[in-house]
Design a protein around this ligand. Structure first.
Ligand code: HEM
Length: 405
């Protein structure tokens, strides 16, 4: 570092609400692995190249255990909320692998494909309600938030009316700006709800995922009650905000590109590829993919000592021009499949098949049923959220009365 180039302060600020902060490009060109100053005055390493991100996330020395000293948290709240019990996303091999394997077949492509009918029906119902209310409506509240929360409720056999309670707890927990105590209280409330659920299901078993895990894993003694609560917690936290914000921000992104939106409406076979490009471009999981090495390790010639936090932000990797030409250009016809929006390595998203299904169904139906959809406020009046997962707090949209479908 020189006096002209002091240690940058983390986190960076976005200039364009839908693009990563410009510092990533500057650092990637000048100093792809650099130190940054954190909110508490400590320092962490920051990697901005896609190949370095992969090298970090595939290295078994890099721990995902946020209780280890040096683990990089993006705010006081982040630090407080990560202290709780949050499942195998914060475990390393071999414990991580044992627990993840209990779920892999349950979220496989064929298993998730069986949910298509449910997801289609749910999206139809949500869009019916939205249409009946008439615009403007908040798309987050009417569609983006209920869909993933009700899908997880269906998988876990929870009453759909519990979805708003779960959603509220997750939002409060994950908000980087909220009071750390409030955040920890929300996490504790969610854990209590899940522990009560286990008590209930131990008595009355059904066909749902929780019942299956109790019979297959808990009763034979393969998983403790505390870890089971952590696992269910993780499925709820992992599946809600991420998918909801992809729907919200994805809508803003498409509305910014009316030609591509029209192309997509006329050529629905482009939808799977367009979703991959939206995942790449938006990279909503902007504060995950942090690790702390348990031993000294070298990445791109930089020696990172044991206990020094490392962040490999997904938006930086997904906007690396070495992998994606003109990364700031949104292009539904580009091959974006090598993106890392779902992470990389052993912690790569377990729910990605479900997320893809939800996103493909929701955008196909939204575009065909609301061809005149538009923002009901200027885009610069939207409140983009500084949470663990990037998104918008509310998305007022409107449409013209005539229906083309
Ligand atoms: C892990 C993103 C949807 C469950 C991850 C990770 C990312 C991610 C980046 C890796 C975190 C890390 O390396 O530290 C996303 C995005 C989604 C999405 C962008 C939606 C568009 C879902 C859904 C579920 C889910 C719907 C649940 C059903 C999980 C779980 C993990 C995970 C359980 C931990 C995997 C492990 O540690 O082995 N997700 N996710 N995610 N996600 Fe997702």
């Amino acid at each position: 570092m020189t006096p002209d180039n002091p240690v940058p302060t983390w986190p960076f600020t976005r200039e364009d609400a839908l693009l990563p902060p410009p510092e990533f490009d500057e650092l990637r060109a000048r100093c792809p692995i650099t130190q940054v100053e954190m909110w508490d005055g400590s320092r962490s390493w920051l990697a901005t190249r896609a190949d370095d991100m992969r090298a970090i996330l595939r290295n078994p020395v890099m721990s995902a255990d946020s209780s280890l000293a040096g683990y990089p948290n993006s705010s006081a709240n982040h630090a407080a909320s990560r202290g709780g019990q949050k499942g195998f996303i914060r475990m390393d091999a071999p414990e991580h692998d044992v627990q993840r394997r209990m779920l892999t077949t349950k979220f496989s492509i064929p298993k998730v494909a069986k949910l298509r009918e449910f997801v289609e029906r749910l999206v139809d119902e949500l869009l019916d309600r939205m249409e009946a209310r008439g615009g403007p409506v908040d798309l987050l509240e009417a569609l983006a938030a209920p869909l993933p929360s009700m899908a997880i409720c269906e998988i876990m056999g929870l009453p759909p009316q519990d979805a708003p309670f779960l959603l509220g707890r997750v939002n409060q927990w994950m908000d980087l700006n909220s009071d750390p105590e409030r955040s920890a209280a929300a996490a504790a409330e969610l854990s209590r709800y899940l522990d009560d659920l286990i008590t209930e299901r131990l008595e009355y078993r059904g066909e749902d995922l929780v019942s299956q895990l109790l019979t297959e894993q808990f009763e034979p003694g393969h998983i403790s009650r505390l870890d089971l609560v952590g696992m269910l917690n993780l499925l709820i936290v992992g599946g809600f905000d991420t998918t909801a914000n992809m729907i919200g921000l994805g809508t803003v992104l498409l509305l910014r590109h009316p030609d591509q939106m029209a192309d997509l409406r006329e050529n629905p076979e482009l939808m799977p590829g367009a979703i991959e490009e939206m995942l790449r471009y938006l990279s909503v999981a902007h504060h995950v993919a942090s690790r702390v090495p348990k031993e000294d390790v070298e990445i791109r010639g930089v020696c990172i000592h044991a206990g020094e936090g490392v962040m490999a932000p997904i938006p930086a990797a997904n906007h690396d021009p070495g992998v994606f030409a003109e990364p700031s250009r949104f292009d539904i016809r580009r091959d974006a499949r090598s993106h890392v929006a779902f992470g990389f390595g052993i912690h790569q998203c377990l729910g990605q098949n479900l997320a893809r299904l939800e996103l493909q169904v929701v955008f196909t139906k939204l575009l065909s049923r609301f061809p005149t959809l538009r923002l009901a406020v200027p885009e610069n009046e939207l409140d983009f959220r500084n949470s663990m997962i990037y998104g918008v707090s509310a998305l007022p949209v409107a449409w013209s009365l005539e229906r083309d479908s």
